[in-house]
Structures are given as C-alpha cells and as structure tokens.
Design a protein around this ligand. Sequence first.
Ligand code: KG4
Ligand code: ZN
Length: 355
Amino acid sequence: MLVLGIESSCDETAVALVRSDRSIAAQRIASQDEAHRPFGGVVPELAARAHVDRLTPMVAAVLAEAGMTLDDVDAVAATAGPGLIGGVMVGLVTGKALAFAAGKPLLAINHLEGHALSPRLADASLQFPYLLLLVSGGHCQLLGVEGVGRYRRLATTIDDAIGEAFDKTAKVLGLGFPGGPAVERAAVRGNARRFALPRPLLGSAEPHFSFAGLKSAVLRQWQALPAPGDSERDDLAAAFQQAATDCLIDRTARALSVFPQATALVVAGGVASNQHIRAALAALAARHGTAFVAPPLWLCTDNAAMIAWAGVERLALPAAERAALGLVDGLDAPARPRWPLDPGAEPVRGAGVRA
Ligand code: KG4
Ligand code: ZN
C-alpha cells in the first residue's frame, strides 16, 4: 500500500509518499522560516500564500523522485486540521483535487493524529496502548493512545502550549525565530540555577499543564535586569528550559500512574526534538520501568510522512471498524481550525476555549 501525504497546517509545506512497510518512497519539507522571521512569528496569510505557491510543484517533484504517478497511489491523505485555517484549506483542497482527478480515496487526517501515530512509523515494535506526550507549538497534551482513531485525553494545558512558551521566551530574550531550537542552544551554554522560576501545577492531582505563569516570570526577570547581556540571556534560557522540563516530567509521571496499561512512554511533536527534554523523559521512563520511544528529530517537527502514515494506519483497519470510528471521508470533508483528538474530553476547569 502506498499513500501520498500532504501537510500545510502551519509554516511547513510538506509532501511524502509512504508505503505500508514503513519505507518512504520520497518526501520534501519546505520551511517558511525566512518569510516569517521579520515578524518574529508565523503570519497566517503569508503561510497560506506560500503553501499555494509551493504545494503543487512539490507533489510533482515527490512523484517524479519516486518514479511514480498518481496511479501508483492507493489514497491521498491531507491534514484537515487543527491549524491555521488558510493553510489547512490549501492542503486539503489540493488533496481533494488530486484524489478526485486520480479516482482515489481522500483521507482527511487530524494533524495531531499524525503526530500521535508517527512513533509507529519509526518503530515497528511499538504496540497499543501507549502514553503519548504531545508537545508542539499549539498543543500540550497527554493522551492514552488505545488504537488508531482511539485517543483518550488524560491532560491538556489550561493556558499556553509548551512550544508557545519556548517561542515567547525566545522573543523576550531576543533569541530570534524559530524560538524553540534557539532557546535550547542558549540553554546549553547557561546556568539553570541563576534565576528562580515557578513550576506551575507541579504536584497537582490531575496531570494538566500550565505555562502562562512561567512565561510571564521570564519576562519579569528579564525586564528587572539592569544591563542584561549574553550570560544573563543564556542563564535565563537554561532556567526556563529546566522549569518547563520539570513541569513536563512531574505531569507525565502523574499520567503514567493514571494510565498503567501503557506499554511505553512516547513523546511526539516539535518540542520532542529538544534533547534536554528527551533525556529527562528517558530517565523518567527508566524509573517507571517503562519503555521510552522518541521518533527521530525530523519526524518530531511538522512533516507529511506522519500524515501519509496516519493514512496507512487507517487503511489497514477493517472497513467496518473504519466506518464505525467515523474514519471514512468524502470530498466534502471540512477544514477545521480546531479539532480535538478526543472530542469527549471534559473542558478543564480554569481553561479557555482552546481544544
Ligand atoms: O509540531 P510542530 O513542528 O508544529 C506544531 O504543530 O505546532 O512544533 C513546533 C513547536 C514550536 O513552538 C517550536 O519552537 C518547538 O516546536 N520546537 C522546540 C524545539 N524545536 C521545535 N522547542 C524546544 N526545543 C526544540 N529543540
Ligand atoms: Zn505539529
């Protein structure tokens, strides 16, 4: 089986051809960092226009590189949300047009499901159920992954996503864009003990997250410095990264205790490429006697191979099960700016409207 995947929900334009044996026939990922850098963050309108310019030629290039045509593809999988709606529409409409032209099924994939299943693309031995820590620019969740299309949200953030906190910290410290990797590089040089920062929700009974207070504390400490220089910048980056890591570890430990059936602790999403966080999670899993799975770095940040792979996983389900789970799409599949993986999850007390 071969699936063409398309990803365009944020600032990466990506196309991939993935086989059910986990091999990648070809793939491309085009980052838009240069376009957004002058603004210090992703500008949705610029992102959508860049996806329009790049996507169709990228599909052609990926097919050409693999020596294939659309006739060789079993299905077209496109991200249908959640994300920046202009970009999601560009990718989904492109996917629909290709599926319609080639007479192949369209699979409207939840971007979060792409991240959630991506570790199984890299590691054939990873079985359900597993505990997933999904840490990205827009989300910070702990999910019990019970099977394809079966996700139980155990925790979410009551305010900011952790990636957002990394990005804001980078902005405050003048570390540039994209923020997460810049904070990590500065933190390697810094002394995490020089500044005392809060660890929101540490020790609380439910495994939810909060990062707004930590982010504001970074701003206050930075503004209080009379003449901040490189060493203060590095030290505050290190203190922030350590505080954020402590929160992740404490909350994930709590989730491991409420989801004891997990066969592994798995991390995915852009923030999962942070080496300090990966090492701390590996140590936590070792303490719990649980396997730890972290996908290769390129698979943590946005890409289309994970979207194609979610399509492969979906097609591998028996048709009746796929239908029962609502995983069959028509060409009228909607683009969704918000799309929780576990629609039944209760809103968290104290949280805003974010899913
Ligand atoms: O999954 P992703 O590529 O896009 C979303 O779906 O959000 O995640 C992007 C987020 C950004 O907030 C970025 O700053 C963060 O992941 N990130 C990192 C690192 N690399 C990317 N955060 C911390 N350390 C990193 N090395
Ligand atoms: Zn993502």
